[in-house]
Design a protein around this ligand. Structure first.
Ligand SMILES: Cc1ncc(COP(=O)(O)O)c(C=O)c1O
Length: 410
């Protein structure tokens, strides 16, 4: 049978997905990752791939042991369905830990186990957003937020960053409108590696408290924090949980335990937030109806055996020292490299002569690609004139990339 409207297959897709996949909107990170895969398939030597934040450090030995113990001595029903929010005893454990972290009496009922931080973000957005509701987000931001917001038919409203990639609280205040439901903050930040200082979070809390006066419902802060336990100096990361009641904290162990493929994270509702009981019910419901059903059972069970132990985390110094090595090489070439405070990304600013060239960061990305070096241009994060380089790569890729930068920028 011949179908008149099936040409390139576009007609088979929703227009939203077709526009994204076949238009210019497909994520730069994903596009560059595919370019790297193509180069590898074509052969011709090593590819220096700094595009994806795929943790290169293996999970800690304690986690492997925990899995062996669980499988060797399985509790009955360990692999069955559970309540959509997760195993109560695991949520209890997480609630205790998060409560201590934030100095708040977090209850088991305020924790929802999710399929990574990405699952948590989608669950929260689906639970709280109506079509055309607005989510204010400071730049630079993780580009998947565009898609998560689109999943909820809501609108992402980016705002410029402040000095040092900090928060520009006045810019956020100016962006708040009648339809604003959420302010989405990501600290430590992907891609900049910045940690939003306590003083800026205090001002954000004051601003939102003022903006809430006269509203029927408060603006919520969604704090996305999967890099919080990967600070390079071991310092604690200031949180909105400590300063603004209507906060939802989301994290995962994709990065600090190197478990990105295992998909384990959680959403923690501040006990001081409005409507916690109904919100928690909504999060469990959306975990179900978005098709996640629940976070992976084995991963949930492993967490209490790993978290809080000195050997229950990857060695962040490996990422930090690669960041320092790359940063000093780039600084010699005239890049402006703000030292990341956490995580494994660098977000260097191009030297003025390269920034002012046609295409700036995109043109440089292409020139590096010709040298078999894969990076993501700053436009992907709404901050042109920068590149994002992932140091969750092996040392050879970092050295090869640095040599390519020297050839291209000489
Ligand atoms: C800022 C940010 N949020 C969320 C995620 C998604 O993390 P997960 O793998 O836990 O879903 C990432 C992953 O790179 C990220 O960088």
């Amino acid at each position: 049978m011949v179908f008149a409207v099936v040409d390139d297959g576009r007609a088979l897709l929703s227009s939203r997905v077709a526009d994204t996949l076949l238009g210019a909107k497909e994520s730069w990170t994903r596009r560059m990752f595919e370019q790297a895969a193509q180069l590898r398939r074509d052969g011709g030597g090593p590819v220096h791939d700094l595009s994806l934040g795929n943790p290169s450090l293996e999970p800690p030995a304690r986690w492997i042991r925990a899995l062996h113990e669980l499988l060797d001595d399985p509790a009955p029903g360990m692999h069955r369905y559970m309540t959509n929010a997760g195993f109560p005893e695991v949520r209890e454990f997480i609630a205790r830990r998060e409560g201590e972290r934030f100095g708040l009496p977090v209850l088991c009922g305020q924790v929802t186990m999710t399929v990574g931080a990405a699952g948590g973000l989608n669950v929260v957005m689906r639970s709280m957003l109506d079509p055309d509701d607005e989510v204010v987000v400071p730049t630079p931001y993780f580009s998947e937020y565009d898609h998560y917001c689109a999943n909820a038919s809501a609108r992402l409203r980016p705002v410029p960053f402040g000095p040092g990639f900090g928060l520009d609280v006045e810019a956020i205040a100016a962006r708040l409108g009648e339809r604003t439901r959420l302010v989405l903050v990501n600290s430590p930040n992907n891609p900049s590696g910045a940690i939003y200082p306590a003083e800026q979070l205090d001002r954000l809390a004051e601003t939102l408290t003022r903006a809430n006066a006269g509203r029927e419902r408060p603006i919520f802060v969604v704090e996305d924090s999967p890099y919080r336990d990967l600070t390079h100096d071991g310092a604690a990361v200031p949180s909105m949980m400590e300063r603004y009641p209507h906060t939802i904290h989301i994290t995962s162990h994709s990065k600090d335990l190197g478990l990105a493929g295992e998909r384990i994270g959680y959403v923690v509702l501040s006990p001081r937030a409005a409507g916690t009981e109904l919100l928690a019910r909504a999060f469990a419901f959306c975990n179900r109806v978005l098709g996640f059903v629940n976070a992976p059972a084995l991963m949930q069970r492993a967490l209490p055996r790993v978290l809080g132990h000195a050997d229950g985390r990857v060695d962040v110094e490996v990422y930090a020292s690669r960041c320092r090595r790359m940063a000093s090489g780039l600084a010699e070439l005239g890049f402006d490299v703000p030292p990341p405070r956490a995580g494994f990304f660098l977000f260097p600013g191009l030297p003025a002569r390269l920034r002012d060239e046609d295409g700036g960061d995109v043109a440089l990305t292409e020139r590096l690609l010709a040298e078999r070096t894969i990076v993501v241009p700053g436009v992907a994060f709404r901050v042109p004139g920068h590149l994002r380089l992932s140091m969750a790569a092996d040392d050879d890729a970092v050295d090869g990339a640095l040599a390519a930068f020297r050839r291209v920028c000489a």
